[in-house]
Every structure is written in C-alpha cells, then in structure tokens.
Ligand binder design. Sequence first.
Ligand SMILES: CC(C)(COP(=O)(O)OP(=O)(O)OC[C@H]1O[C@@H](n2cnc3c(N)ncnc32)[C@H](O)[C@@H]1OP(=O)(O)O)[C@@H](O)C(=O)NCCC(=O)NCCS
Length: 178
Amino acid sequence: MRLDDIDQVILIDRLSFSLPWPASAFRHELVNNPSSLLWVAEQDMADGDPCVVGAVVVWMIMDEAHIATLAVHPDYRRHGISQQLLVTVLRQAIERGAALATLEVRANNQAAQSLYKKFKFEIVGRRPRYYQDNFEDALIMTVDLSQRISPKLSYLEWLETNREASRLPNPEEVRFDS
Ligand SMILES: CC(C)(COP(=O)(O)OP(=O)(O)OC[C@H]1O[C@@H](n2cnc3c(N)ncnc32)[C@H](O)[C@@H]1OP(=O)(O)O)[C@@H](O)C(=O)NCCC(=O)NCCS
C-alpha cells in the first residue's frame, strides 16, 4: 500500500464495514507505524490503469501478527483475492518472526470466519458486545504459525501451496503491492 492508494482503500472500507477506518488511520499506519504490514491487491482496468480491489493491514506486536483489517471490493469478491492477500501478509509476518496470528471478527460474519478457518484459524474466545454500532459480539480467532501441517510441511510451506491452489480470475492481472 502506498499513500496514493488510500483514496481507493477507504472507498472499499466504507463499502465493507459499518465502522470504517478514516483515511488518517491508514495514513498513520503507512507513515508512522513501522510495525504495520500493509498490502493492496490491484486489478488492471479496461483502460490499463490499475485499481485497488482489496487491502489488508496487520500489526506486528512482538511475535504476534494481529490482522487489523481486511476487505475486498464487493464487485471483486469470491475470486480468491482475500486468500491471496492473507497468504502474502502472513508470509511476510512469519518472515518477520510472527509465531501466532490473531484477529477479532463479528460473530455474524460467516464469510470472514469461513475464510479464516481455511487458513486454520480457530475460535479461542469471545468479546461480548465488542462492536459499538450494534453491540455485536466479537469472536477471537488465532492460528499457530509455527505449527507443522505434516512432518514435511511447515505452515509457511503450506501457505505457498494454498497460494497456488487459490482461485483467481486472471492471475496475470492481479498484483499484490506493499
Ligand atoms: C470476507 C472477505 C474479505 C472475503 O474476501 P473474498 O476475496 O471474497 O474471499 P475469497 O474469494 O478469497 O474466498 C476465500 C474463502 O473465504 C470464504 N468466503 C468468502 N466469501 C464468502 C461468503 N460470502 N460466504 C461464505 N464463505 C465465504 C470461503 O471459505 C472462501 O473459499 P471458497 O471460495 O473456496 O469457498 C470479503 O467478503 C469482505 O471484504 N467482506 C467485508 C469485510 C470483512 O468482513 N472483512 C473481514 C473482517 S474480520
């Protein structure tokens, strides 16, 4: 993610969340927080110009990677873009020493929970009435990034196989920029 992506990122955020981040929050993460990992997915439009279609922000806190926000533009959902963003950012987090990834997700957000379960996140707790707009509970989900999926396969190696297996409409046209 670069500063000039922010206008497109906040548009996606507003289309995706009832409590979207303001532009200043993304700007702060990009400029002032060296522990923040920020990626966008871009798709080339018909005119050849790239357009941001998804974004993820992860905070590195000691050996924990906290997924702070993840959203894909509604017109580009169910094409594997959030999987690609997660593979990309989790790989970077592991390379920076993360042993655990964690996040909060709305109790009613089945799509996101299903996505995270694909990445072997498990529900480990609940924060009652966590969200200020409707007092919905948050579920806490975590995944052990240092686990071995099999004797021969680390989580990181498994992530790479996941990248290859995930569906993209046109892999050449979607780029992942940090
Ligand atoms: C959740 C979200 C990021 C998924 O993005 P996406 O690019 O459409 O997801 P993908 O195409 O990569 O799908 C990956 C997996 O997520 C799950 N998933 C995604 N959308 C789903 C839906 N509408 N219903 C059920 N499962 C869904 C599935 O397990 C899917 O795998 P599959 O296609 O093999 O079934 C997107 O719906 C979104 O931006 N939602 C609003 C913001 C949000 O809730 N963010 C998460 C905050 S914690």
